[in-house]
Design a protein around this ligand. Structure first.
Ligand SMILES: CC(C)(COP(=O)(O)OP(=O)(O)OC[C@H]1O[C@@H](n2cnc3c(N)ncnc32)[C@H](O)[C@@H]1OP(=O)(O)O)[C@@H](O)C(=O)NCCC(=O)NCCS
Length: 180
């Protein structure tokens, strides 16, 4: 796949809550990031499965599925596939987290997924920093759940100050950080 790894870093991101009608945007992100689904050994979810997942999150007060938006057009040819008319930006990542889980005062990131061609440009870091900023004051601890054998994800979360917290192998590891 065409990739812009090591291209100019991204300066800022914003987010908006995903709705079931946005499923095609999330599905395009998934389709552009097949390596992650190889790691967790599942097929790329279908458009209908994505729609069902977003609809389930819409019914769950504590679960949030967000689109991470970059204002600038990403520097690759297929960027039009991720243009989001609602925000006027481009969908560069997916963020799925749950408040008060597993304990009250916690928030757990179920999945942060950056578009496969746009990784290593600081988008993941900006998305986590932005989430921490939004949660500070109402959440005491942020956790990240890492499915499968995913050493790159572990290094990513460790680099953001998260430490190994709960071992639920072979299915997943949890990393955690206290928000001050
Ligand atoms: C993990 C992921 C979210 C990181 O996002 P990203 O935008 O590529 O990461 P960034 O560019 O913000 O990198 C931030 C730091 O993490 C490091 N990092 C990111 N991915 C890494 C990897 N695979 N291996 C080692 N380090 C990595 C970067 O080198 C950078 O470190 P630095 O600040 O010392 O330079 C992204 O690779 C991804 O979506 N992967 C597939 C889904 C996944 O595994 N999600 C994690 C489970 S929740």
């Amino acid at each position: 796949m065409e990739s812009v790894r090591n291209a100019l870093p991204v300066a800022a991101v914003s987010t908006r809550i995903a709705q079931a009608d946005d499923a095609y945007l999330v599905h395009a992100l998934y389709a552009a990031t097949p390596g992650y689904f190889d790691i967790i050994s599942i097929p790329i979810p279908t458009l209908e499965e994505v729609r069902t997942e977003i609809a389930a999150a819409e019914r769950d007060e504590r679960r949030k599925i967000e689109l991470v938006i970059e204002r600038e057009r990403p520097p690759f040819a297929q960027a039009d596939a991720c243009f989001d008319a609602a925000s006027g930006g481009w969908v560069v990542a997916y963020l799925d987290y749950k408040i008060d889980y597993p304990e009250p005062g916690d928030a757990t990131v179920n999945l942060l997924l950056v578009h496969g061609a746009l990784q290593d440009r600081g988008i993941g870091r900006l998305a986590v920093r932005d989430l921490e900023r939004r949660l500070r004051g109402s959440v005491q601890r942020v956790l990240a759940s890492i499915y499968g054998r995913n050493p790159g994800a572990r290094r990513f979360w460790e680099g953001l100050g998260y430490t190994f917290a709960i071992d639920a192998r072979p299915i997943l590891d949890w990393y955690a950080k206290a928000l001050t």
